[in-house]
Design a protein around this ligand. Sequence first.
Ligand SMILES: Nc1ncnc2c1ncn2[C@@H]1O[C@H](COP(=O)(O)OP(=O)(O)OP(=O)(O)O)[C@@H](O)[C@H]1O
Ligand SMILES: [Mg+2]
Length: 337
Amino acid sequence: MVNSPDVKQALVGESHSLKTTLRQVVEVAHFTSTPVLILGESGTGKELLANLVHAMDPRPDKGELVILDCSTIVPELAGSEFFGHERGAFTGAASSRDGVFALANGGTLFLDEIGELSPSMQTQLLRVIQEKTYKRVGGNAWQRTSFRLVCATNRDLMAQVQRGEFRADLYYRIAGFICCLPPLRERTEDILPLANHFLKQNCAHKNTPTLDKSVQEYLLRRQYPGNVRDLKQVVSRMLCRYTGEGLLTVGCIPPDERPTLSEDWKEWRDINFERAIRIALSRGLGLKTISKNTEEVAIRIAVDEENGNLQRAAQRLGVTDRALQLRRAAQRQENSA
Ligand SMILES: Nc1ncnc2c1ncn2[C@@H]1O[C@H](COP(=O)(O)OP(=O)(O)OP(=O)(O)O)[C@@H](O)[C@H]1O
Ligand SMILES: [Mg+2]
């Protein structure tokens, strides 16, 4: 299921961490009705994932996906947003209105930014999750509702629980299954597939342009504080400057962002490279193991980037075909030993 086109198109990415998250989420969505809590920094795809949970839910005659952003609720209207109200329930309530508990009945309720929910609404939400009944504001009749709950936040909700800002009992009810979307800096393998996806999505020209090598490097090395949303914007900005012919080159990067002139770009061994070596040394690994592993990674990436073509990979690595084959065979032997 996780390899189905629906899932692949919903959330693009090749990293192990994204794929693992997707596999788990698809399983939970398909086989259970457990509430799902999605954690992740801003722009990591939480809303997309909530949509996927709803899409993979196999209930027959499934209801709607209803989204409520808890950070935008006006306190005075919170009750009405959730429970709905009867006509005349309060000043300005000219007609009756359904709240999200009614609208999501039979479907999915996605409460975004759940960490922003006021203490009184936390208590009321807990009640509805437990009892599956509620009353409209100004109404007397009990209404029944049943929905799958998906919540998301970019805050550390557990820390909020520990500080007493978020009810622990509510936390455990909404966190039936927790999935964390890692920030883009922890899954750099996703950067180029995502960039190509956004190129395809946003390109007004007949053919989707190919990124030239230096643009690829620029995208791989850039910082993305706003995660995938940032990357999407960078691609849009580059497309604005693209003439519609040939490769998409450094000239398409807005001048104030253009990197190649700056000194530190000449140095390819970035902070992550040094960090990995520090960790290796602190674990007592010697020069031989470190070099061997570096070589292994370089070979894997080159072969991967050349789609398994060993001849081209060997060329990129600056070794002969034969040397590459021997090294790969030796690696396989060592790894299976
Ligand atoms: N894996 C992905 N594949 C394709 N598009 C993605 C992916 N992840 C995020 N996006 C896109 O990035 C943008 C941000 O995603 P989304 O709104 O789901 O993030 P979010 O975690 O809900 O962010 P916020 O915390 O700011 O609300 C959207 O335009 C979304 O389509
Ligand atoms: Mg969001």
